[in-house]
Design a protein around this ligand. Sequence first.
Ligand code: FAD
Length: 448
Amino acid sequence: MMVTALNSPMPQEVDVIVIGSGASGLAAAVTAAHAGLKVLVAEKTNVLGGTSAYSGGWLWIPFAPHAQGQNTGDNEADVTAYLQAVLGERYQKDMLSHYLAEAPKMLAFFEQHTAVKFLPGNAVPDFFGELSGAKNGWRSVVAAPYDARQLGQNLAWLRRPIYETTLWGMGIASGADMKHFLNSFRSVKSFYYVGKRLGQYGQDWLRHGRSQQLVNGNALVARLLESALRVNVRFLRNAQACAIEALQDGLSQTVRFQTPQGQVTVRARKAVVLAAGGFAHDKARQAQLFKHVKNGTPHHSAAPLSNTGDSLRLGEIRGGSVDDTQAAAGAWAPVSLVPQADGSWGRFPHLVERGKPGLIAVNAQGKRFTNESGPYHTFIQDMLAAIEPHQRAVAWLVCDHVFIRRYGLGAVKPFPLSLKPWLQNGYLKRANSLSEFGAPMWHRVHAI
Ligand SMILES: Cc1cc2nc3c(=O)[nH]c(=O)nc-3n(C[C@H](O)[C@H](O)[C@H](O)COP(=O)(O)OP(=O)(O)OC[C@H]3O[C@@H](n4cnc5c(N)ncnc54)[C@H](O)[C@@H]3O)c2cc1C
């Protein structure tokens, strides 16, 4: 099914204005429009999807509809025990009970009424597998791959995935898809599968300039976008919300947007949803809330540069305040800086490959500081905990030739793709022994 064109005229008044076009903003927009409301989604950049379009597209939701009727061996007591073990004294019974009850209903709503579909993560284990109540699968779902032809010309407005995490721009789905790529020279079946995928991508690229088989977070946003267009959600791109004002009726508000054509104001009769992402690139807020930034280590994030904490600022304008008592002010993950031809830096999020056998991570003092295959949040927590305040929060991933040819490392792809460009641009360092390295070794990872 083709959906209607995305470039619609700008309304002056709607029921709901959603600020930000990531998964949270689009999900709110689709839900409100399903309830019969007139909705406008405003996005600061010229593409839709935010960090969500870069993401893995995974959701941690126990008792998802996909798990119903399966022999998962899961139960409420185990889920609760797991959350209590992870959160300790921060476990909030009411909030989490509500989440566990409502999140599966949310999935069911999207599956039944929209183009958003999920696949079960039946073999995806909990992050903290050693804790009580942890399970080896069935507690996550991932956005199902999406045929981008459904979006027609509107595909042009979808943010592409982070180039370095793709193969020449083609997204690879976690799970079976990725397994085939890693085994392409070890199994005839995988070799054939990969050949077919590449052949299809070649055709897509020639016809459309990008892959038509979207996966992971890109598929999630594309599905939400199709769903939003189906229920006539309006979109305004290149529009940065910069002010919100409450009107005298006590319910409606106006939002002022900065656009390339100047400022425009739209009135929301019922609600304004702040969904402008995190503050990954807000230097002032970083310096306030991130200890490593206070201590002099620059912060690097894989989130789009447009995520500058505008939701927080706009919320503060309307009387909100930022809770700085959380266990951590960021959802940490290691990233490495990838040199680009134009002198800028790409950012590779090390979410998966560092957990394969044959790699260690060391800090600037040459010391291991974590279990490399642990969750990415823990990786950075341990990295930060292992340094003195005056030391830089950086680490190096060290592996041997067999590892990097088998699994790749960061932006470096496995065999048969060449290591040469990466050695030439300095992303990789190679030596015959550890002592030959000196520092820096291989490539550095930072926090996101
Ligand atoms: C590589 C990677 C993989 C990840 N994988 C997962 C995963 O598998 N599962 C998971 O749960 N989480 C994952 N995450 C985290 C997850 O992607 C984010 O938490 C989530 O996408 C945030 O969604 P959001 O809608 O709040 O914000 P975003 O998706 O970042 O969207 C915010 C949008 O608001 C726009 N905006 C900003 N300011 C304004 C303004 N003033 N006016 C208008 N628009 C504005 C931004 O340009 C952006 O498009 C991952 C993150 C990364 C980087």
